[in-house]
Design a protein around this ligand. Sequence first.
Ligand code: FS2
Ligand code: SF4
Length: 554
Amino acid sequence: MFCIQCEHTIQTPVAKGCAYSQGMCGKTSEISDLQDVLVYLLQGVSSYANLARQYDIVEPQIDAYVAKAFFSTLTNVNFDEERIIDFIANAKNHRDRLKQLVENAAMLAGDALQPLGGAADFDISIEKAALLQAAPNAAVNRGLAEINEDILGLRLLCLYGLKGVAAYIEHARVLEQTDAQVFAEFHRIMALLGQDPTEMDPLLETAMAIGHLNYQVMEMLDRGETSKFGHPAPAKVNMKPVAGKAILVSGHDLCDLEQILIQTQGKGINVYTNGEMLPAHGYPELNKYEHLVGNYGSAWQNQQTEFANFPGAIVMTSNCLIDPNVGQYADRLFTRSIVGWPGVTHLEGDDFSSVIDKALELDGFQYDEIPHYTTTGFARNALMAAAPAVIEQVKAGNIKHFFLVGGCDGDKAERSYYTELAKAIPQDSLLLTLACGKFKFNDLEFGDINGIPRFLDVGQCNDAYSAIQLALALADAFECDVNQLPLSLILSWFEQKAIAILLTLLALGIKDIRVGPTAPAFLTDNLLTALNEMTGLKLITTVEQDLADCLAVH
Ligand code: FS2
Ligand code: SF4
């Protein structure tokens, strides 16, 4: 086992990366090894999908499959060995089918095909023992003896960034948004990574290409969400329970939430969002359901107490899932899509009757708690509508600075930095946020500046797209470069979607981003220095120091 993809990875003075019998997330060494085999096989599928395009062969189902199966290997997504072996078997079938199609097309064209090598030629039999035996050849640190740590770090930056892109591709696909060019670029990069590149500069270029690709995918996802559910508008969300039977919906998939809302109509069940699902309350086609009563709980790391105390059924539509046996709620938990935990009921298709039956069987909340509200829904359209008023207040000197404090949450004590930062941001500044890191401060009161709320929850992690649109609009209005705006980005990372978004921001040329709470363990000191020189990317320090530096620049 060797996994170093998330912020929780084991780091000691002598070892970097989860490398023993179990990762910090609860992933066993066997699951980790099987996921390595899956990723390597998917790189093989992409190698042929990439070559197939030279012969105008495109297999949309295989395209979608690669992204979806890759998504299953993100942190806190799938811990179910049987499902991973199934993913592997299908990946192998897809690779072999594409290989056959390419060989036939090459023969017809009179081309002599050279072996592709690397991941494309990785051959294994689909039995657990054989897969585990083959895993060292597929491990993400394969060939470490021949390469230096900087190259490995860059490969991993690309691999993990591309995992984040794959997750967003799958989120977009569920909303019927796909794009042949996006898949072509995705396969090109997957295939490249399956060949174990060894040069620094091409790898850095690849990292930027991943950032650009992710920007396109986030745009697709934004289009999918807004065309299906309308443009989010500011919405007050009750963060406390109300009496009645209950279903909790977590993760990022708005389509699942909609289906649950439709199927629970008239059944006397209240539906709550959790974690990254909170921004759903801003969408008109979702908040029109009166039984979407509020949000319960906070970010993923608090699941084991919050889910344990939730007296209803719980649906995990995507990441982040952690061990449900600790809080003993596995029997009322349901997983969807790529998510999995052994022994937890996994639902395919659109029939949520087993979730509804479970909710009806359980007690639900016995009484209303005193409401406490947060506001969400400041996505692209709402921000653009507010932009003229914001610009006016900037020109009048009433708004002096914009802070985007967003990203992932987690349970490390150092993350209190983000709460303290949000509290310390000057009164003449706006605080934009997105993703589950918002739970570090979204229960605080921030007030307003002449009617403009100081706290603007843009949405889920992928709604970074909306925040980028606001920055571009402001730069346009003030006729300057985005980097000349009084805008500071202070991000918190935990998993691979955050890496994809960070690469997008860097690829768009956004400078001086601060990231924390700690540096990704796969980035060496040399790489951090190189990224700092290229982009100004830096680690957070103290609230006082970072605030002073941000405010001094503009
Ligand atoms: Fe939070 Fe976890 Fe959004 Fe991340 S719920 S850290 O996967 O994707 O953000
Ligand atoms: Fe460790 Fe994170 Fe990998 Fe889990 S996902 S094994 S915590 S690095």
